[in-house]
Design a protein around this ligand. Structure first.
Ligand code: SF4
Length: 87
């Protein structure tokens, strides 16, 4: 899907947007359950990671979970025996 046209198929467009921006400490599970069945979850997560969205649930991940994902070392997929495959 090119650009942001994926938003047309967003499952969250059918529910209260507040659900995806819970107060600090409030559960994110209700939003994540909706994301789990969303046909554009991958595109949404890629968008949130690319734009460094700092708030809300996107692509089934909370802001903290996305931050952890961004901070993880990238892997090359090529590992020598006994060596981590970290780029
Ligand atoms: S993955 Fe979740 S936040 Fe993203 S478009 Fe789908 S329902 Fe909305």
């Amino acid at each position: 899907m090119a650009g942001r046209s994926w938003r047309l198929d967003a499952r969250c467009a059918e529910v209260d947007p507040e659900l995806f921006f819970p107060e600090p400490g409030a559960p994110t599970a209700p939003a994540k359950r909706i994301c789990a069945g969303c046909p554009v979850r991958v595109e949404c997560l890629a968008y949130a990671l690319d734009t460094r969205e700092a708030h809300g649930v996107f692509g089934g991940l909370s802001a903290q979970e996305r931050l952890r994902l961004l901070r993880r070392p990238r892997t090359t997929g090529i590992a020598e025996e006994g060596q981590p495959d970290v780029a």
